[in-house]
Design a protein around this ligand. Structure first.
Ligand SMILES: Cc1cc2nc3c(=O)[nH]c(=O)nc-3n(C[C@H](O)[C@H](O)[C@H](O)COP(=O)(O)OP(=O)(O)OC[C@H]3O[C@@H](n4cnc5c(N)ncnc54)[C@H](O)[C@@H]3O)c2cc1C
Length: 549
């Protein structure tokens, strides 16, 4: 009976059964904010798990966005058609303030929201459909860019719409960087910006443009005519999709990509032919602004990854509880207990770590901290993005394995989880590109700042696991010193391995801190996590993931 209740809750509300998320919010939000968030997320968690989840399935299999290039008179309209459920999801999601309340006050609390609350919403939404969450994350990046860098007139023109929660027309956002000749190598961009009176007109093509046709405004990197080559010659523009009279702003969509996953997102190839564009901030700082927004998008990527991890864990647990083989529930077999217990501990550690990072990021984005803290956060973002994206694929794979043949069949959500997870390692920077980021940060001694911070955080904690992690910290410190002396090419070969170690170290510190603050459940999860991550188990010993199941 107990199991049935838990199962029902798992599938009918993505918030109320998530003890770890509730603890995080209670730890990180002020009391009135927590009460507000707890109430709102209880409603949202149920809506996502039921109504939005059903819409996600329809959208992925039979109702995905499609492009209507011409109207009945043969005129170019480049309109993206989405189903009714999709439209309702857009409206309902933005009206929760998932984007808006980072930039304006929550009326009931008379205070601004923050990224902790926004990412809690995003993590819940991604459990139903990362393809619905992706446009939200693009809108978050757009709002960030406008709020932080745009001149007042450009900000006033667009931000109220991008941060809308129902009071004015919503403009979803988009970020268009990638061109045919390169995504990682943005410096190769050739889209041109030509001066036209007070503004500019864009000419050229963007090759991966997610939320094309759905966005009200896109943030676009383009090169002014007299600008130098490379990434430093790029300027950031705000480009409205339509003119004020409702006609297309010199933008057309050549086609929508036929993708492996996240099929709910319309990802187009977009052509600018004289689109009116508004310069954002200092024209010589376009790449700098976009890299700032990219850091936010990488956290969004991690929140989506955690959403997939959680859904995969829940689906696997529910199935293993209900399914019988050879006269027993799957969950009664030690090997299955080991898989589920391991996923549970890893998800728990990754979730507390993600929100630890988000809290640090909240300080950075609101300008409350200096350069050193900014560098640490940049490093942590690269670590967390890489690790969680890879884990999302691993979790989806394990969920399929637990389901056996059914896991491979589209009646179940598991195939979609795997298809959707696969993009998370690619967009917002591949593992190799993140490894280059690590090398750049090490050159600025960012690793030393991080190691000092982690050492400081471990200091007040007690116990065998803490001592063990302190020793790992010393080992990694030595390895990083050796790393700085390696030839540049060899560094690139070692960087991803080091990222994994640093990410394991960061998660270990955060999960032990969390355990120290909370109870027996959290201590057991931390012990399982340490055992599985650092492979401390002896041959023949029963893993803690099984002992505690
Ligand atoms: C579904 C989807 C939606 C997208 N939406 C958008 C969007 O809305 N806006 C946008 O701007 N972009 C978007 N993208 C593009 C995405 O950001 C790029 O695909 C990504 O940045 C990688 O760039 P690329 O495809 O050009 O690959 P490349 O840069 O050609 O990389 C190919 C491979 O080479 C490796 N590599 C590249 N350089 C190096 C190096 N120096 N050292 C070692 N290895 C290297 C990479 O790690 C990768 O494995 C989207 C992509 C997808 C799949």
């Amino acid at each position: 009976m107990q199991v049935l209740t838990e199962q029902q809750e798992r599938t009918q509300n993505f918030y109320t059964h998530d003890t770890t998320l509730q603890q995080i919010l209670q730890d990180m939000l002020s009391e009135p904010f927590y009460h507000y968030a707890n109430r709102e997320l209880t409603t949202f968690g149920e809506h996502v798990a039921t109504v939005i989840d059903a819409r996600a399935k329809v959208t992925d299999r039979e109702g995905e966005p499609r492009l209507q290039r011409y109207n009945e008179f043969g005129e170019e309209v480049s309109q993206v058609i989405v189903n009714e459920g999709y439209k309702n999801t857009v409206k309902e999601t933005y009206e929760t303030g998932i984007v808006g309340y980072v930039h304006k006050k929550i009326p009931e609390l008379n205070q601004k929201g923050n990224y902790v609350y926004s990412f809690a919403q995003g993590y819940i939404l991604a459990q139903a459909e990362p393809g619905f969450y992706c446009p939200v994350t693009l809108t978050m990046a757009t709002a960030y860019l406008l709020d932080h860098f745009a001149d007042e007139d450009v900000k006033q023109r667009f931000l109220p719409h991008v941060a809308a929660t129902g009071e004015v027309e919503l403009f979803e956002g988009a970020t268009f960087l990638t061109e045919r000749q390169g995504g990682s190598d943005v410096g190769a961009n050739i889209v041109r910006a030509v001066k036209d009176g007070e503004h500019y007109r864009l000419f050229g093509e963007k090759y991966f443009a997610s939320n094309a046709g759905m966005c009200g405004v896109a943030m676009v990197l383009a090169r002014m005519e007299d600008a130098p080559g490379g990434s430093k010659g790029l300027t950031l523009f705000a480009v409205p999709w339509k003119r004020e009279d409702g006609t297309l702003n010199g933008i057309t969509i050549r086609r929508l990509k036929d993708k492996l996953g996240v099929r709910a997102v319309p990802s187009g190839e977009v052509v600018f032919d004289g689109a009116q564009a508004f310069v954002v901030g200092d024209p010589s700082k376009g790449i700098y602004y976009m890299l700032e927004a990219l850091n936010l998008s990488r956290i969004c990527n991690a929140a989506a990854s955690l959403g997939i991890m959680k859904r995969a864990l829940d689906e696997a647990t529910t199935y293993a509880t209900a399914r019988h083989a050879f006269g027993h529930r799957l969950l009664d077999y030690p090997m299955v207990q080991q898989t589920i217990g391991t996923l549970k501990a890893k998800h728990h550690a990754s979730l507390v770590t993600l929100f630890d990072l988000v809290q640090l990021y909240d300080d950075v984005s609101s300008g409350r901290v200096g350069r050193e803290q900014q560098l640490i956060v940049r490093l942590l973002i690269a670590l967390v993005k890489k690790e969680t994206a890879e884990q999302a694929i691993h979790f989806a794979h394990e969920a399929i394995e637990i389901h056996g043949g059914n896991g491979y069949i589209e009646d179940f959500v598991t195939p979609r989880l795997l298809r959707d997870a696969q993009v998370l390692t690619v967009w917002e920077g591949t593992a190799n590109i993140l490894a280059h980021e690590l090398i750049r940060i090490i050159k600025q001694d960012g690793h030393q700042l991080l190691l000092a911070l982690l050492e400081q955080r471990l200091a007040p904690l007690q116990g065998a696991e803490v001592q063990f992690v302190k020793e790992r910290l010393q080992e990694i410190t030595t390895q990083l010193e050796q790393f700085t002396k390696l030839p540049a090419a060899v560094q690139t070969l070692e960087a991803k391995g080091l990222m994994k170690k640093l990410s394991d170290l960061y998660e270990s510190v955060v999960v032990l801190e969390h355990a120290d603050k909370h109870g027996k459940r959290e201590q057991q999860l931390a012990q399982i996590y340490i055992q599985l991550t650092w492979k401390t188990i002896a041959f023949g010993e029963v893993p803690l993931a099984v002992q505690y199941s």
